[in-house]
Design a protein around this ligand. Structure first.
Ligand code: ADP
Length: 167
């Protein structure tokens, strides 16, 4: 029998994408045939980049990783997964707080759509890396260059500079 082709989606806000996300993506594609990074278009608090900008920045980063692509989506994650014929939702876990939240989300998604969620544990060095903290720390002048890829860091600096000049 031919081996099944498994397509997964990795949904999130990715504002901005971090080294922690990239680690999950690189380890995730080892488990699946195809991985679609799915940037949610639903509004988040104090965004730094538009969903389209996030997609463009991620596309540049993953261009060299076979099987990985990126797009944005509106509305329910499970509906998007069904539209893309993805059997798996990939998510990352950093802490017990993540586990609590993700557990409920995964149970709900399985209850409403019968879709499985697969989790990848963070690598120790990224256990404290979150986009929200990066946005906060960077906007207060902190150095986040170890936590995000170089080209993303440059874009964050440019954006913060622009926002500062607009004030
Ligand atoms: P969301 O707003 O949906 O949580 P995020 O962009 O913050 O979107 O995160 C997307 C996914 O990536 C989530 O499953 C989150 O737990 C995971 N993730 C974020 N940062 C890390 C990290 N440093 N290590 C492992 N997983 C992570």
């Amino acid at each position: 029998m031919a081996k099944k082709h498994v397509r997964a989606i990795f949904p999130g806000s990715f504002d901005p994408i971090t080294n922690g996300h990239l680690d999950v993506i690189k380890r995730g594609i080892e488990l699946f045939d195809e991985l679609i990074i799915a940037v949610g278009r639903s509004p988040i608090k104090n965004p730094l980049f538009t969903p389209d900008e996030r997609v463009e920045m991620i596309a540049e980063l993953v261009a060299d990783i076979p099987g990985v692509s990126v797009e944005s989506f509106d509305g329910l994650t499970v509906e998007y997964a069904a539209k893309k014929k993805a059997e798996v939702i990939l998510r990352g876990l950093r802490s017990l707080t993540d586990v609590q939240y993700e557990f409920k989300l995964a149970m709900t998604n399985r209850a409403v759509a019968g879709i499985e969620t697969v989790f990848i544990m963070t690598s120790e060095e990224y256990g404290f890396t979150s986009s929200t903290l990066i946005r906060e720390v960077a906007s207060l002048g902190g150095n986040v260059s170890n936590l995000i890829p170089k080209n993303i860091y440059d874009r964050v600096q440019q954006r913060l500079e622009r926002l500062k000049n607009q004030q």
